[in-house]
Design a protein around this ligand. Structure first.
Ligand code: F6P
Length: 363
């Protein structure tokens, strides 16, 4: 009897709204149109190394379009090429990629679908070069991946951040305060820029434009002079002052990318209060931006990306990811992602428009 065709799916890196919607799209198309069997690898590459997987039936991927998180679990720590193991209280790194690849071979799948951010896709490309048939779907709220105009999860993160900005707006107005909203994004300012503009932030600070504290305090004072006794600042976790550095929240030693940013809003809040005398509060949105249900835009995007990934499998276009180019979904080589983060161009049209309506970027 002919064996059923099968594929494996894994989700790696930080979770992101819409991840389940991609799993659903990939699995449903593969089951309904190609009669495939789906194997769900658990906890990202960790599952490949330690043989943690399960069969996903149609019922498992039905009803998850709007569900937050990932039904497969994820990890932003495991890299089979540099696998952290603790020996006698010390961290050591081993290349266990051969084990991961042989585990996958034994499963007999015709392709591994990797849904993840830069770290996950970088590893996916290495696996591909080592002979594993891989296709991918780029994922991150940070929107900082090369090769795609936008990543799924970004729209949801922006909408969560915008709602938060709208809410602090009213309390800032009532108390005549400066309110600072710190958003995620690592070294890229996409979330701060989009939510800052959408929420009418008076000052938007992004990593790509190092700020000058005087420029910020003079904007706050100028607003006071015209009767606006409050100001809204939206700041990226990766923003930094001119000539200064980012604020590191913690170092995660067993993670391929060890630095976790966070806390710059506290430093800035103190400086603004000292310099202007205006009471200042801050709120760090953190993982709220990664949780819960995706927006309609992300649900549509994930459905298009997931089904495109299956088209790539059918066309045997391995080593590619489903990506957004204008209004199209296209195939882009995974090596694009390895070229580094996609930052906000400092002449981005949205920055030009924001400046035109009086937004200060701290420069
Ligand atoms: O890449 C997504 C992201 O949420 C970043 O914006 C943030 O800096 C980082 O992950 C946080 O990572 P963790 O979940 O390990 O705290």
């Amino acid at each position: 009897m002919k064996r059923k065709r099968s594929i494996a799916i894994l989700t790696g890196g930080g979770d992101c709204p819409g991840t389940n919607a991609v799993i659903r799209a990939v699995a449903k198309k593969a089951i309904l149109e190609l009669g495939m069997e789906i194997i769900g690898i658990e906890d990202g590459y960790e599952g490949l190394v330690h043989r943690k997987w399960r069969k996903l039936q149609y019922e498992d991927v039905s009803g998850i379009l709007t569900a937050g998180g990932t039904i497969l679990g994820t990890s932003n720590k495991c890299d089979p090429y540099r696998h952290a193991v603790e020996k006698r209280g010390k961290l050591q790194f081993q290349n266990v990629s051969k084990t991961a690849i042989s585990n996958l071979k034994k499963l007999g799948v015709e392709c591994l679908v990797c849904i993840g951010g830069d770290g996950t896709l970088f590893i996916a490309n290495k696996l591909y070069k080592d002979g594993v048939p891989v296709v991918a779907v780029p994922k991150t709220i940070d929107n900082d991946l090369r090769g795609t105009d936008v990543t799924f999860g970004f729209d949801t993160a922006v909408s969560i951040a915008t709602e938060a900005i709208d809410r602090v707006h009213t309390t800032a107005q009532s108390h005549h305060r400066v309110m600072i909203v710190e958003v995620m994004g690592r070294t890229a300012g996409w979330i701060a820029l989009y939510s800052g503009v959408a929420g009418g932030g008076d000052i938007i600070l992004i990593p790509e434009i190092p700020y000058n504290i005087e420029s910020i305090t003079s904007k706050v004072r100028q607003r006071h002079r015209i009767g606006k006794r409050f100001s809204i600042v939206v700041i990226s976790e990766g923003a930094k002052p001119k000539g200064g550095d980012v604020v590191v929240q913690k170092i995660v030693k067993d993670s391929p990318e060890q630095v976790r940013l966070g806390g710059i809003s506290f430093v800035l809040g103190h400086q603004i209060e000292q310099a202007t005398g205006v009471e200042t509060r801050q709120v760090v949105l953190g993982h709220l931006q990664r949780g819960g249900c995706p927006t309609p835009t992300d649900r549509v995007l994930t459905t298009r990306l997931g089904t495109k990934a299956v088209e790539l499998i059918e066309a045997k276009k391995f080593g590619y990811m489903a990506a957004v180019k204008g209004s199209d979904i296209v195939a882009v080589g995974l090596e694009e992602v390895a070229k580094g983060a996609r930052n906000v161009p400092i002449k981005h049209p949205l920055i030009v428009s924001a400046r035109a309506v009086g937004t200060c970027f701290g420069d």
